[in-house]
Design a protein around this ligand. Structure first.
Ligand SMILES: Cc1cc2nc3c(=O)[nH]c(=O)nc-3n(C[C@H](O)[C@H](O)[C@H](O)COP(=O)(O)O)c2cc1C
Length: 169
């Protein structure tokens, strides 16, 4: 699939089949994380691969929607605060780096026919406790990873003119 078709076809999947994700596909998706660019090449992240079977109750505490634990896997993208690059004014690029790596994962998954859905509206306290995250590890986003059981929906987006300006503000 060419890149433009890939970004047009990817959508947030909110229903999943129970079919397992093949080891080779999981490896390819995680390799896309590994190859993502990051500020100063620090790669300040760790991705947790969580099997949903047997962990449904804990995952429900992290994010309550039933489709969240429907897929065979859930991925948690974590940022490592101590390893992130910061600009001279102190602005950390931790969330930017994690988001880029996560989007690599999401696009790689879509290219392999796998579904994902960014989840940021999770309970960070529950996530920290259940996943035993140390204090300097920031849970940034989750996604289920599995085969879609729903259909793509039409994309609602602002027109390009509302998103892009030329030269000055
Ligand atoms: C950073 C981020 C956080 C998101 N958090 C959630 C979420 O918590 N729950 C959810 O159902 N969708 C979440 N989404 C999915 C968006 O609602 C979705 O990407 C947007 O509506 C566009 O739809 P599409 O992904 O199908 O193109 C999130 C997306 C992003 C990029």
């Amino acid at each position: 699939m060419d890149f433009n078709s890939l970004v047009a076809q990817r959508y947030s999947v909110r229903a999943y089949k129970p079919d397992p994700v093949e080891e080779e596909k999981l490896r390819q998706v995680l390799e896309a994380v590994r190859l993502a660019p990051s500020a100063c090449n620090r790669q300040p992240y760790r991705f947790l691969v969580i099997p949903t079977a047997g962990h449904e109750a804990e995952l429900r505490r992290i994010y309550h929607r039933s489709w969240f634990h429907q897929a065979p896997l859930v991925i948690c993208a974590c940022g490592l605060r101590d390893e992130a690059w910061s600009r001279r004014d102190g602005q950390s690029y931790l969330f930017v780096d994690v988001a880029i790596a996560m989007d690599h994962l999401i696009l790689a998954a879509a290219s392999l026919g796998l579904g994902t859905c960014w989840v940021a509206a999770f309970d960070p306290v529950a996530a920290r406790e259940i996943l035993r995250l140390p204090d300097n590890v920031e849970p940034v986003a989750f996604t289920p990873l599995g085969y879609p059981a729903d259909q793509p929906h039409a994309k609602e987006r602002k027109p390009l003119e509302a998103l892009v300006q030329h030269w000055q503000w």
